[in-house]
Design a binder for this molecule. Structure first.
Ligand code: GLC
Ligand code: MG
Length: 552
């Protein structure tokens, strides 16, 4: 049984949630692809880390056109990853260890292999089967031109033509046709999916691109340049529409049928002031705050972001969330080690072809790996000292850098193929984890890894870091254990340090969190240190270091 005393209904508010990208976590059957039994085999590791919940990225049947975010069947398991029984066993194992489980729901699109899409392609234009998606006639002679010139999030056109000449909308890859959320059958089916998993004991849901489900495709459709200038004020045809919240109000009623109520967190790339509606208790209940993930390692930016987001959380009644890395962005030690991370036009930190040489040994200006790692430790300890919940991404506890040295032949991410080749894509943060310094695929599995692992993984493998008291892994374990004492009232008070590059705040239990964002050491009362990301000696807090102290 899940740990479900009703008093624990708010377990999520300050939880540490650890994201597992199942295909790259641990491979029990030795086919090169991580699987559910692999995750179960690493339960002692998850327990020792001290997390409150696991978030599993999609494990559903999928052709992997987009790393599993192209779902063939929302109520089944990819046979390469295991069976429904395996997932039931995983849920039971995690619950027995006092760890909750959150799973990924991908409602904006199915895959093109989903039964509904196959049916739609075989059905006539105007049929009920096509109405579950967005099918349209094309323009020009014989409709040979796409209905609009819109582009997909991964680059290239957002419409694809079917054999009978109609076009369908895909906001992401061609293999990810967008669902029509005006269709009641679509709404009903997702409620069924939520219940299916909630009944099996899943504690919460991460909602993929939560801001894009509902659309207004009333003709005439605007062209791309018009679309781009339309304000995202709730009435935009495609993004962050007010009517998406009708969907989440219906879901909330479903979540609240359970004890404790099931939780949800929105992945919504919307303007900050639009976040609280996703996070409100009438809706999903929580939303990702990606502001730190988008920021530089900079005291002024960090302080502004913390203040703003605590205020937003007050507005929504939710707790705020903190994220530095996930499966979509360049790992944060690497971002912090580059002189000027190339964000392109995307809000997510991305790598462009031509800039990844910065990582793989280019000379001018090089990636400073140590500096990136030091800053990452400091930023993480700052984040873990904050009120709210923390979302960690597998491998960050090892201090992993982005893997830049993947040759084009091994790349999997559709961004790489559709940009084409301009964005190297997200494979570099999805390389299977190193568990041991020696052995096949660094202990990931018996027979290689589906993405190539670099040699330097040997130095950051779990068994190496477990034996090193100063490792990143030990820092995470110690910080998560110490953090329990901070999970009281969700507030902080800033302490003025008189320096632009040093932030300090006090938590209600009296502990103080101080980060030196600068390079030079600063004077510091080091008498009662709980934990620090670097060595605090002789009353000095080193540059690019965070310390938690009991008083001072
Ligand atoms: C989300 C996922 C990302 C995926 C996209 C389309 O942003 O995090 O990995 O590619 O949605 O489903
Ligand atoms: Mg496997």
């Amino acid at each position: 049984m899940p740990p479900s005393r009703s008093g624990e209904a708010a377990w999520w508010r300050q939880a540490v949630v650890y994201q597992i990208y199942p295909r790259s976590f641990a491979d029990a059957d030795g086919d090169g692809i991580g699987d559910i039994r692999g995750i179960r085999s690493r339960l002692p590791y998850l327990r020792a880390l001290g997390i409150d919940a696991v978030w599993l990225s999609p494990f559903y049947p999928s052709a992997l056109a987009d790393g599993g975010y192209d779902v063939d069947d929302y109520r089944d398991v990819d046979p390469r990853l295991g069976t429904l029984d395996d997932v039931d066993a995983l849920i039971a194992d995690l619950h027995a260890a006092g760890i909750r489980i959150v799973i990924d729901i991908v409602p904006n699109h199915t895959s093109d292999r989903h039964a509904w899409f196959r049916e739609a392609v075989g059905a006539a234009p105007g049929s009920a089967a096509r109405d579950r998606y967005h099918f349209r006639d094309g323009n020009g002679a014989e409709g040979a031109q796409a209905p609009t010139d819109w582009v997909s999030a991964f680059g290239g056109p957002a419409w694809e033509r079917t054999d009978d000449g109609q076009w369908y909308l895909h906001s992401f890859a061609v293999e990810q046709p967008d669902l029509n959320w005006s269709n009641p059958e679509v709404r009903g089916d997702f409620v069924r999916t939520l219940r299916f998993w909630a009944d099996r004991g899943v504690d919460g849901f991460r909602i993929d691109v939560a801001h894009m489900l509902t659309k207004d495709l009333t003709e005439p459709l605007p062209d791309r340049s018009t679309l781009d200038t339309l304000p995202q004020d709730g009435r935009h045809p495609l993004i962050d529409r007010d009517d998406v919240h009708d969907v989440y109000a219906q879901w909330r009623a479903v979540f609240d049928e359970y004890d404790p109520p099931r939780t949800a967190v929105a992945e919504a790339w919307v303007a900050q002031h639009r976040i609280p509606r996703y996070a409100s208790g009438e809706g999903l209940g929580q939303a990702f705050n990606f502001d730190l993930l988008e920021a530089d390692f900079d005291a002024a930016q960090f302080r502004r972001i913390v203040t703003e987001n605590l205020e937003l959380a007050r507005t929504s009644g939710s707790s705020t969330t903190w994220v530095l890395s996930n499966h979509d962005v360049v790992r944060h030690p690497t971002r912090y080690g580059l002189p000027h991370p190339d964000r392109g036009s995307d809000r997510r930190p991305v790598l462009k072809h031509g800039t990844e040489w910065l990582l793989s040994g280019g000379t001018q200006p090089p990636l400073d790996r140590d500096r990136g790692a030091r800053r990452a430790r400091a930023a993480t300890l700052f984040l873990l000292g904050l009120p709210g919940s923390a979302y960690l991404y597998q491998g960050e506890e090892l201090g992993l850098h982005e893997v830049a040295e993947i040759d084009d032949a091994h790349r999997q991410d559709p961004t790489f193929f559709r940009s084409p080749g301009v964005d190297v894509g997200r494979d570099g943060c999805r390389v299977p984890l190193p568990w041991t310094a020696a052995g096949s695929s660094f202990g990931f599995g018996a027979d290689g890894a589906h993405l190539p692992q670099p040699e330097w993984f040997a130095a950051v493998a779990v068994d190496v870091e477990e034996a090193d008291p100063d490792s990143s892994l030990q820092l995470y374990r110690n910080a998560l254990a110490a953090r329990r004492a901070l999970q009281t009232e969700e507030s902080l008070a800033w302490i003025e340090t008189g320096r632009d590059d040093v932030l300090s705040f006090r938590r209600p239990n009296g502990w103080r969190v101080t980060t030196n964002f600068g390079v030079e050491p600063v004077a510091f009362d080091a008498s009662d240190v709980v934990i620090a990301s670097g060595e605090v000696v002789a009353g000095r807090l080193p540059g690019e270091t965070t310390a938690w102290t009991r008083g001072g």
